[in-house]
Write a protein that binds this ligand. Structure first.
Ligand SMILES: [Zn+2]
Length: 425
């Protein structure tokens, strides 16, 4: 009896939630529609959104039911919301590295809620959270999914796996302090690394993030080559895949990139010094590259201002001459290039500036747009849900002036955003 009563309550609540959240169709009048980065603007259209999904697309101006909510974007271009595969919502740039000792993890959720809104307003309707302080990104993910806070759909890694004292672990303090601040996700050896993957999965990771090589912004001068052993990386990749999770690897040095790809890592983040040999291995293994050119743009703007410690400044200067070159080589060799920025290293909300940097590096405007829509959706295994405006897809839409196929910089100013059928304002 009690069970039946419980079910009745659950059904009633479900009706209340769906009934109140999406009571009416939304009829969106569009001036110029781009349904897919592969096809050009097709002129005026009407999109009908129902229960957070695209229900119909009609050419020209159409009317929906009389009780529908009409959204007039008849003087705007509308395209699928953009996807950024590498952001750090829970942090802002320029923080002194010792703030790890003074800022609680929970503060990351507050900062992240602010940045989720900024990011959505910049036209990004899906982001991949590439490493956060403990589990703060998981709360943000739930917040935007449930509509408690405005923001993009979040695919979250949680804490990254790193080698002890390596990039992504804690360094630069006394050993007592390092030991206190470590996230619990540093690992040594294939067995322990497999265990950390399973622990991340249990905690709620959608994807496993590892720091495969040294990094620019950590307090250790050990170069930018491989940090994990081949055996450790293979263990991480096979364990993650056995749980249905992909692996994204931060990697700068060429041999570290090559080793990560051979180990079965799915995407290489940064890929700064990727050479011909490394890129050929990536091509053979179907490993995609996420260039994060904005990260370098952002840190270069902060050079010489006392923001970075001397060990970090040295590493930044080492990378700046090379940035972007691997993108042109990757394109030539047929390596998939997908959009990601490393927002958080620079101010959140500037994500779309990456598009012009990609064009400067050798992509066509259409390729740059595809990298941030259809290709990024594919990298997430979500190509049947996001990245296009099509019937049955999530209503993730952005509106702006101009044609991004003539000038991608028109996407640096977005006038209207919808995520999962919810208007962001
Ligand atoms: Zn990053």
């Amino acid at each position: 009896m009690r069970r039946v009563f419980g079910l009745a309550i659950a059904a009633f609540v479900a009706v209340m939630i769906s009934g109140s959240a999406f009571a009416q169709d939304q009829v969106i009048r569009v001036g110029n529609l781009i349904t897919d980065a592969a096809s050009g603007p097709s002129g005026p259209a009407t999109i009908i959104v129902r229960d957070g999904k695209i229900a119909e697309i009609r050419q020209g101006a159409a009317t929906g039911d009389s009780d529908a909510q009409v959204i007039d974007l008849s003087d705007k271009t509308v395209m699928p919301g953009l996807i950024d595969l590498h952001v750090h919502l829970t942090g802002d740039p320029g923080g002194d590295f010792w703030k790890k000792t003074t800022e609680p993890t929970e503060w990351g959720v507050v900062v992240g809620a602010k940045n989720a809104l900024v990011t959505a307003k910049a036209g990004f309707t899906t982001v991949r959270e590439a490493g956060s302080s403990q589990y703060s990104a998981f709360s943000l993910r739930r917040g935007t999914a449930d509509g408690v806070i405005p923001g993009p759909r979040i695919i979250a890694a949680g804490p990254p796996l790193a080698i002890v004292g390596g990039h992504g672990d804690v360094s630069g303090f006394t050993e007592d302090v390092n030991a206190l601040l470590t996230s619990g996700y540093a690992c040594t050896g294939a067995v322990q690394c497999a265990e950390k993957v399973r622990k991340a999965s249990r905690a709620g990771s959608d994807i496993i993030k590892i720091t495969a090589t040294g990094g620019v912004l950590s307090q250790q001068g050990r170069g930018l080559e491989a940090q994990f052993t081949d055996e450790e990386m293979r263990s991480i990749a096979t364990t993650a895949h056995s749980l249905g999770l992909k692996v994204m690897a931060h990697a700068h040095g060429a041999r570290g990139i090559e080793a990560a790809s051979r180990a079965g890592i799915d995407t290489i983040e940064h890929g700064t010094f990727a050479d011909e040999a490394a890129l050929k291995v990536m091509k053979a293994n179907g490993t995609a590259m996420v260039p994060t050119l904005m990260a370098f743009q952002g840190v270069s703007e902060g050079l010489g201002k006392g923001i970075y410690t001397p060990v970090v400044e040295e590493k930044i200067r080492m990378t700046l001459n090379t940035v972007g070159k691997a993108v042109a080589s990757a394109k030539r060799l047929g390596v998939p290039i997908v959009f990601g920025t490393d927002a958080g290293v620079f101010d959140h909300g500037r994500n779309a500036e990456e598009l012009q940097l990609m064009v400067d590096a050798g992509l066509t405007r259409r390729e740059a747009l595809a990298s941030a829509t259809t290709s990024a959706a594919k990298a997430l295994d979500m190509e049947n849900e996001i990245g296009r405006i099509a019937v049955g897809y999530s209503a993730d839409l952005i509106a702006f002036n101009g044609n991004p196929l003539d000038d991608v910089r028109v996407l640096e100013k977005i006038d209207w955003v919808m995520v999962r059928g919810r208007i962001i304002d």
